[in-house]
Design a binder for this molecule. Structure first.
Ligand SMILES: [Zn+2]
Length: 172
């Protein structure tokens, strides 16, 4: 039930504001390749249409974030907006603090409205796979990952984080 307001350009690229421009470029290239209209064939299915709009979105995000000056300007705007807005994120919750539901294969967490947050194991695995540090990168033994999870009832969301380390097995 999260209202999607203005899209965060970093989120569009699946990146974080602390990522280097090399990391951003890498994400951009992956996504541009994935959604490139040339890969979609001729028929205009709704799937193809959504890929096209995703492609446009990814490109415009990269146009801003790929350039030092425009990125800096965007970062400033973004910070100002964050300060102005009531932050929609209610809190940060560690994955280990969520309740594991063995039947549904989902992590759950109660919202103060009485509703709840749910994060499927699939999503955790997908995010972990996407954000897997490349072996070449140094000093990346542990990395904190996270996703925004929306309450199923109200407009609150929580940021669920977990650490990714080559030595740690996070799945139960
Ligand atoms: Zn709620």
């Amino acid at each position: 039930m999260c209202e999607t307001e203005e899209k965060d350009l970093y989120a569009v690229l699946g990146a974080s504001p602390t990522d280097s421009v090399q990391q951003l470029r890498h994400r951009y290239q992956q996504l541009a390749l994935k959604y490139h209209p040339d890969r979609l064939g001729v028929e205009l299915s709704s799937e193809a249409e959504s890929a096209v709009s995703k492609f446009v979105e990814v490109n415009s995000a990269w146009r801003v974030l790929g350039e030092q000056n425009t990125r800096r300007r965007y970062d400033t705007q973004r910070k100002e907006q964050e300060l102005k807005q009531d932050k929609p994120v209610d809190s940060t919750v560690h994955l280990e603090d969520m309740t594991w539901d063995q039947d549904e294969l989902i992590y759950t967490y109660g919202c103060r409205c009485g509703g709840g947050f749910g994060l499927s194991q699939e999503e955790v695995e997908e995010e972990t796979r996407l954000m897997q540090p490349e072996d070449k990168e140094e000093g990346m033994d542990t990395k904190t990952l996270g996703v925004l999870v929306c309450c199923d009832t109200c407009s609150l969301s929580i940021y669920v984080t977990w650490s990714l380390s080559k030595k740690t097995e996070i799945f139960k």
